[in-house]
Design a protein around this ligand. Structure first.
Ligand SMILES: [Zn+2]
Ligand SMILES: [Zn+2]
Length: 248
């Protein structure tokens, strides 16, 4: 078993709040410099930059989980990741169907562009990506699992856009593959507050919006090799694979 350092919550410049310096190439460069071996690309309600990051990261031996940070109807953020580009595309279609059709004002919210390997703009996303989709937490979870993906409620301790801020608690029966906590808390603190969460796997990530954030907060995965299946097994604590936070 080998340890791999993961930062599973990174926004690219496609997120309106993501810095313009967050190009796929710059993200991979920063990850390589900081010895990150697993990247999670999770733009707000869009999966469109994952494949390019994955392509560039592969050359550096970095594994990429492609997905999105979905804003559910309850305004709770959830990380979602998919194994294949086919399932990623199917999830993108679902997001397109269910995102509120509010026009983005780039001057106010920031621009939402998809770029190619030459850093040329290939698409400007018209609808505001930080609004909620019209699907509930349960509906999003169901869709992600139908596509054999990973469903991880984001920064559950945060006072905004989290399960605890929107619902007041984490539903005990939530079918989450893991729960993400922010750098502002520890697993012990959360479990003390919500003892029924003890059996869950926790991850912690940077929620990077700027290049200097990447790899500042990480989770360690102990795996046999770097594959999606191994990552899933580690989250499920199967066959000796495991996940731990730096302070555990
Ligand atoms: Zn968030
Ligand atoms: Zn985020």
């Amino acid at each position: 078993m080998q340890p791999f350092r993961a930062d599973l919550h990174i926004h690219t410049l496609l997120s309106p709040c993501g810095d313009l310096e967050m190009s796929p190439a710059n993200i991979v460069k920063a990850a390589a410099q900081r010895n990150i071996q697993i990247l999670g690309i999770a733009d707000h309600n869009s999966t469109k930059h994952g494949p390019l990051v994955q392509k560039l990261a592969q050359k550096e031996g970095i594994f990429t989980l492609c997905g999105a940070e979905v804003t559910t109807k309850e305004e709770a953020h959830c990380l979602t990741f998919f194994e294949t580009l086919e399932s990623l595309a199917q999830f993108q279609q679902y997001l397109d169907e269910h995102l509120a059709k509010i026009k983005n004002d780039p001057k106010y919210f920031g621009c939402q562009v998809v770029i190619d390997e030459q850093e040329m703009i290939v698409e400007e996303v018209e609808h505001l990506l930080i609004s909620a989709i019209n699907q509930s937490l349960d509906q999003v979870e169901k869709k992600v699992h139908e596509l054999n993906g990973l469903f991880i409620p984001a920064h559950i301790d945060r006072p905004k856009y989290s399960l605890t801020s929107q619902l007041g608690f984490v539903p005990p029966d939530i079918k989450a593959d893991a729960l993400e906590i922010s750098k502002h808390t520890t697993r012990d603190e959360i479990v003390k507050k919500f003892p029924y969460l003890d059996p869950f796997t926790f991850i912690r990530s940077s929620d990077a919006h700027f290049p200097h954030d990447i790899g500042q907060t990480t989770t360690i995965f102990e795996l046999e090799e770097l594959t999606f299946d191994e990552i899933r097994m580690a989250l499920k604590k199967e066959k000796g694979r495991r996940v731990f936070l730096n302070d555990e």
